[in-house]
Each structure stands twice: as structure tokens, then as C-alpha cells.
Design a protein around this ligand. Sequence first.
Ligand code: SUG
Length: 448
Amino acid sequence: MKSFEVNFDGLVGPTHNYGGLSFGNVASQSNSQQASNPKEAALQGLEKMKALMDMGFVQGVLAPQERPDVSALRRLGFSGSDAHVIQQAAKEAMPLLVASCSASSMWVANAATVSPSADTQDGRVHFTAANLNCKFHRSIEHPTTSRVLSAMFADQQHFAHHGALPAVAQFGDEGAANHTRFCRDYGEAGVEFFVFGRSAFDSRYPAPQKYPARQTLEASQAVARLHGLSEAGVVFAQQNPAVIDQGVFHNDVIAVGNGELLFHHQDAFLNTDQMLAELQAKLSARGGNFQSICVPRDQVAVEDAVRSYLFNSQLLSRADGSMLLIVPEECRANPRVWQYLQGLTAAGGPIREIKVFDLKQSMQNGGGPACLRLRVALKETELAAVNPGVIMTPALYDALTQWVNTHYRDALRESDLADPQLLLECRTALDELTQILKLGAVYPFQIN
Ligand code: SUG
């Protein structure tokens, strides 16, 4: 049976802004308070989705969330009408209003961890929504994420959904950004690779000193258990704490994998040789031939990787078996990274082509091409069971482009977030979107 890796890209929401909310994420911190352009951000994302569809990949769309999140503000003690809640928060606690307005759900690599049916005990595709417990603005995403994923993957014969892990730092879970899967073919049993930043209960694992490690070993282990993965099909590895302290807040900022290939920086992991040997052995037991490409620090420093987002790229398999790397414009702008990439494609290895995309609006908050997509490997029958409203087509691309042009602002500053009109604009837009994507009622304002 045919199988596919489908990329579901997060549609950028109408409140995209630079709130400076993510300590440890260099771009978010350094672009804080700049004016954003939500319309441009959403159109840049749609361009990438269309380009992948035009290249023959199956492409999906994941809806943004309702923002400002008035119910989150109510839980923090603001009351009265929705407009009053927003105005009071703006007056008394602007950082909370900014957090409740973040369009951060666009980075859907953090929405959930997904295990394809070939790896799971019950033969279904498993999803665990990420609790994103490290940052308040992200911790409020998972209830709506769960509803949206359930509306997209509704068929219980094929799809199983798990709620987010307990909302405490010991189970900090950032979803697929710290999860990669290696396999010979998307439809065959593979090896799921979980990368964690620290252990909550075992002090033998070193922790970073400056910035938080968002993902714990215990969270990764819990997800593997929930998904019914076998010992033979998982590898757990620790991220190098020194690179977290240089701004690598998710593993997908320093490594990316696809098929039988891991593309990573020399300093990405602790105990790299042992980890590579385990991946090699486990994939080989599954009939695969594990390969890795290590980018040496004397060619690309960690700082260059963080600035350019070289590893936050999409590594895609083409029909002829070779691979394509989708990188952000910032890679071309960095001479060392660009020179490395020229050498990489010329070397005759598995990565043959580089395609560059302008995703500046998202990049300025630390979200590159790979952050914007959630990968779901599906067999033909499973793909047929996905809500067809969320699969990209030329007609859907046109409808979404028109929808963005109708509803989105082209400039947003912090002071604009206090405007109760913004809430109405967002709800009007999202109500229309649920019809375009055929999702049914998924937003709090549609349910309550
Ligand atoms: O969680 N930025 C996101 C970026 C997430 C990137 N995702 C992956 N690497 N997969 C984060 O730090 C910034 C929001 C602000 O500052 O306005 C933010 O949330």
C-alpha cells in the first residue's frame, strides 16, 4: 500500500505579533516590540504550502487559534464583558494581554507528537497534544489544538488522540519539535527518536545553565508509552545543554531527519557516537540503512545555525529517492551557511537540491520552515480518512489567500492588542475559516 508523509502547516493567525515572550529563543527576544505584519506572515506561509503542493507533495493546513484568549484572561481574574476583560488586562497587566494574543499556535511542530500506525501497538496513528508548559502563552494552546486535531483526524478506526501530559515543568512537552522518525518507507515500522533537554527526576543528566530546557526525558517517555511504541522502535537522546544555552530551544533548531537520514550539527547532542550507533542498530533491525550528515562546527558555528535556521529546514523525499531541503532566506544571507549548502548539494550525497523561502515574519519570532509544519505519515487508507477540507488544493489555496486578504491587518503593534475590535475581527475571520476548512465548531466562542 502507498504511504505518504503529509505536512500540515500552521496557518498564521490574525494576531501575529512580536511580544518578546520566549526567553531562550534569540529571535523572539531580539525582535520584541517591533510592528508585525499578520497579512504578510499568513501569505508567506501559504506560499510555502502552495509550492510544496505544486511540487507534488500532499500538503495540509492546520487552523490557527482564537486570540485574544479571553477565557485565559478570565482564569487570571479579569471579568465583565469580553471588551472589558481586554481593556482591564491592557491597563493592569499588559504582558498577560500580549501573551493571550500570541499567534504562537502557527508553529505546529509544537502542536503534538505523532506516531504513524506502523509503529504503534494498536495499528492506529497516535497524537499527543503538547502541553507547552514552559511558556504561559504556549501553555494555553493545547485544548484547542486537541479539538482541531480531532476534527481533522476524526475516524477512530485509524486515529487515536491523547490529551496533553500533566501541566507541570517535570512533564514539559514541546511536541514534534523534539521528535524525529527514521524509516525505510513511511508505511513501514520505523525508529522514533525522542530528544530531551533535561531529566526531571534524575540528576545524572546535566541541565543547561542559562536558558530553560523545555522538554524532559520523562515527558518523552510518557508519550512513547501512550503511543504504544516498542522498545525496539525508540531511541531517547539528550540535547547538548551547551547549545540550549546558545539559543537552541528545540532540537529542530540543530537537527532534522527524514527517511533513513539524520542531518545534524556536530554539537547538537550529548554522547553522539553512542546515539548514532543505537539509531543505526535499531533501524537496521527494521531493514533500514541509517545514515547521518554531521555539519562540523568549524564550517558552521552554532551561532550561525541559530541565526540562519539551517537545521530548521524541511528535509523531503522526492519521487526519485533523492532529498530536497527547504530552507529560509536567512540561510542564503549567511555566507558560511550558504557556502556549506552549495558544497552539500554538489557532493553527490542524498540531499540534492535546496529551495529557499521568505518566511521572515515567522522567522523574527524564531519559527522557520520546520516549525511551521506538523508531519503525519499516513497510509493511503488513512489519508482517505482525513477530513478532506484540510488538504491543500489550488481552490483551497485561492480561498485561503482571499480570506487572509479580507480579514487580516497589515500592521500590528502592542497598543493595537487592546482594541476590542481586534477580537471581533478575529472571531469573524475564524468563524468563516471553520467553514472553509469544514472543521465544525472548534473555537471557544463557537462552543460556549
Ligand atoms: O515557542 N516563538 C516560538 C517559536 C517556536 C518554534 N518552533 C520550533 N522550533 N519548532 C517559541 O519560542 C515567540 C512569540 C513572541 O515572542 O511573540 C514564540 O513563541
